[in-house]
Write a protein that binds this ligand. Structure first.
Ligand SMILES: NC(=O)c1ccc[n+]([C@@H]2O[C@H](COP(=O)([O-])OP(=O)(O)OC[C@H]3O[C@@H](n4cnc5c(N)ncnc54)[C@H](OP(=O)(O)O)[C@@H]3O)[C@@H](O)[C@H]2O)c1
Length: 331
């Protein structure tokens, strides 16, 4: 059956300007790191993507190595895109990345021009796209000159294979240098993708200021700490959760569910209830309260998690007291 998107989709979402660029992103974006690989259900992936688009989520985030196996999230996205989203290509912002190990040998990892250019070509083929909207360098490379990595990003834009470029997980001083190089090359950096959640607040120590000063957008990943900041682990580890799926590739496992974490989650959950939200909604709202955040990048294993999480947009303002209580719980 032909997919007809919800005609009210743009009324349900808030869109924020990405730094000082012309691009608006939805306040909530969807990432395909987990639950979209060949080990996962294609029907479920299809339902998630359609529901997300129906809810006004116009931005889907991928990387060369998402799966498992690596590459399979892009392949599955390509299948679903071809069947449903071709007429809506111009309503979508699709991103991919390279920077982690993808293929054997010295040219399938880190930040050389050789690796990044070949990887984007592979990603475009897997997804069946002519171009991506955003291409990221996925992590800093301590050994490749930053000039080489940034000139690879600039080249992709000049070749028409990426419209914008971004960096991920760069620390403030490297990020500042990267922004300067890209500016000189004539391809300003659009966006930075850092890990950020109530449980991991490193971006507050300088990165957010550097992004703001340079007019670069910010799209935090793993805002729910991979599902910890929800009500699912309050009373043990439920079957079917990411922790029990043993997916590898950086996914959380049992070691993340400690007594002290559960104690914090229970207190945060109570606070969320007092705000009329569930814990996931409060954790996302807590990130969106900072207007320097362009979009928060969620992952989901089921369509109803999209519906649930998106309700964080109903209230993302916090009183001073609430913020203080959260800080005290997280100490
Ligand atoms: N740049 C990078 O280096 C990097 C690294 C990691 C991720 N990312 C990007 O960030 C995206 C999001 O990362 P993430 O998946 O770790 O994000 P996350 O939002 O912190 O965690 C997603 C998980 O939380 C649970 N969840 C989501 N919504 C829920 C709800 N409303 N109620 C209960 N549980 C809920 C689900 O866990 P269950 O599966 O247990 O149901 C879901 O799989 C990725 O897909 C990727 O695009 C980028």
């Amino acid at each position: 059956m032909t997919y007809i998107p919800n005609s009210a989709r743009y009324r349900q979402m808030e869109y924020r300007r990405c730094g000082k660029s012309g691009l608006m992103l939805p306040a909530i974006s969807l990432g395909l790191w987990h639950n979209f690989g060949h080990i996962d259900s294609l029907d479920n992936a299809d339902n998630i993507l359609k529901l997300a688009f129906d809810s006004g989520i116009t931005h889907f985030d991928l990387a060369n190595n998402y799966g498992p196996p690596p590459g399979s999230a892009e392949e599955n996205f390509g299948k679903i895109f071809r069947e449903n989203f071709i007429p809506y290509r111009d309503e979508l912002v699709i991103s991919t990345k390279a920077g982690w190990g993808m293929w054997e040998g010295p040219y399938g990892d880190w930040g050389s021009k050789k690796y990044l250019v070949a990887s984007l070509d592979q990603s475009l083929k897997r997804m069946g796209l002519d171009y991506v909207d955003i291409f990221y360098h996925h992590r800093p490379d301590p050994d490749t000159p930053l000039e080489e990595t940034m000139s690879a990003l600039d080249l992709m834009v000049r070749q028409g294979k990426a419209l914008y470029v971004g960096i991920s997980s760069y620390h403030p001083s490297d990020a500042q240098q990267a922004f300067q190089i890209l500016k000189e090359l004539g391809t300003p950096c659009l966006i930075h993708q850092p890990k950020y959640s109530m449980f991991d607040r490193w971006v507050e120590n300088g990165l957010m200021d550097v992004l703001h000063d340079n007019g670069v957008g910010c799209i935090p990943f793993s805002p729910l700490a991979q599902g910890l900041l929800t009500n699912k682990y309050l009373h043990g580890i439920p079957e079917g959760s990411r922790v029990t799926s043993h997916r590898g590739n950086g996914a959380i496992d049992e070691s993340a569910i400690t007594d002290s974490t559960i104690a914090k989650l229970r207190k945060l959950n109570k606070l969320a209830e007092n705000r009329g939200q569930n814990l996931a909604q409060m954790a996302l709202a807590w990130i969106l309260k900072d207007e320097r955040v362009t979009s928060v990048l969620i992952g989901v294993s089921r369509p109803d998690q999209v519906t649930d999480s998106i309700q964080c947009l109903e209230n993302y303002s916090f009183t001073e007291d609430e913020l203080l209580m959260i800080d005290n719980i997280l100490k």
